[in-house]
Design a protein around this ligand. Structure first.
Ligand code: NAP
Length: 327
């Protein structure tokens, strides 16, 4: 079977698509025949050796897929051969086959195609956990989403609206904001000029946002600490800007605000039932038409370099997938 392989850290151009042996499931595992695999920002870091979790070399990047159960181990009872699924194996997704454990795979609704399935779980479960369990977002509160056109950012915009918040979507270009406007945020901010704080204050009568969703970090985090409302919650999602910022304790004191960490992987491990419940609720929202996951770009597997470079070149709008088997 074909797999995208990383043999040495470096840019996407160093990766190769090569033939490797077919996979066999262990006792408690299944093999998924991958139809579509989605890319996420951390995949681009991992191939460069810059992520907090690095698999041993050589490895196949790719943390989530949509496909069909191809074979199951003797003690894998969660699903059957032939079931259509979404899966977050964590690693190995950019390949025609991937191994999954029962807790990382879910049957998908009949009306969900494989590329949508490949891009669904990671972004929505991250943002829902962030907004529901971590920020305890309330209807009527103001939610500011940074990096709003990207994978996790866009899901936070959609979920913020579903949860009844007033959503301010913020991004670095007008083109990205035009894309986000399809999802009906209440207001938008272009922070491409580096000015976030004043624009947030203008839109909130000087009070600041109640909840700030920050996958970017760096200077935008610094400004966020200064445009957060009394009792505000600043959600630490990631650091796509490349700088891990420092939190100024005096600002927390003055604003009665909190910095709240969000870590999907640890949440899945520590609170599996709550995670599963969240995913159930998200799939129900999808079934009701409340969520509209958008895969903006799909590439054939041979064009993996193009797909990776969307993330390394700050061009993400919605989700990006690689196709391993035509629908
Ligand atoms: N905490 C968790 O459990 C968890 C789970 C999933 C993902 N994450 C993290 O969330 C972050 C976003 O992931 P994603 O897959 O949604 O990424 P993405 O689709 O590439 O979106 C990232 C956004 O960050 C902004 N950005 C600012 N500076 C950037 C730069 N130098 N390079 C690239 N983007 C930059 C971009 O928006 P603008 O150009 O508009 O600024 C972009 O839309 C990553 O750090 C990832 O590790 C965390």
């Amino acid at each position: 079977m074909k797999a995208v392989m990383c043999h040495s850290y470096g840019p996407p151009e160093n990766l190769v698509l090569e033939d490797i042996p077919d996979l066999e499931p262990g006792e408690y595992e299944a093999v998924v025949e991958v139809h579509a695999a989605s890319l996420n920002f951390p995949d681009g870091l991992q191939i460069q050796g810059k992520y907090q979790f690095q698999p041993p070399m050589p490895f196949t990047p790719g943390s989530e897929v949509g496909g069909v159960i191809k074979s199951v181990g003797a003690k894998f009872s969660a699903l059957n051969v032939g079931d259509r699924v979404m899966a977050i194996p964590g690693i190995g997704g950019l390949a025609e086959q991937v191994i999954v454990k029962s807790e990382s795979v879910r049957r998908i609704p009949n009306n969900m195609d494989f590329k949508t399935a490949a891009g669904f779980a990671m972004v929505y479960t991250t943002s829902y956990h962030a907004l529901k369990q971590r920020a305890k977002l309330q209807p009527g509160e103001t939610l500011l989403v940074l990096g709003a056109s990207g994978g996790v950012g866009l899901s936070a915009v959609e979920l913020g609206k579903v949860m009844g918040a007033k959503v301010i979507a913020a991004a670095s270009t007008e083109d990205k904001l035009d894309f986000v406007r399809q999802f009906k945020p209440d207001a938008t901010i272009n922070y491409g000029d580096g000015e976030l704080k004043e624009k947030v204050k203008e839109l909130t009568d000087g009070r600041g946002a109640d909840v700030i969703y920050d996958p970017v970090g760096g200077d935008l985090f610094d400004q966020s600490c200064r445009c957060i409302n009394w009792n505000g919650r600043l959600l630490v999602i990631g650091f796509t800007s490349g700088r891990i910022p420092e939190y100024k304790a005096n600002l927390a004191l003055l604003k009665g605000s909190s910095m709240v960490g969000v870590f999907l992987g640890r949440f899945r491990k520590e609170e599996p039932k709550a995670y599963e419940q969240n995913l159930d609720e998200l799939l129900a929202m999808y079934a009701n038409g409340q969520l509209n996951p958008v895969v903006t770009q799909t590439f054939p597997k041979e064009q993996f370099v193009k797909a990776f470079n969307i993330f390394t070149k700050r061009q993400a709008k919605g989700k990006v997938t690689l196709e391993f088997k035509a629908e």
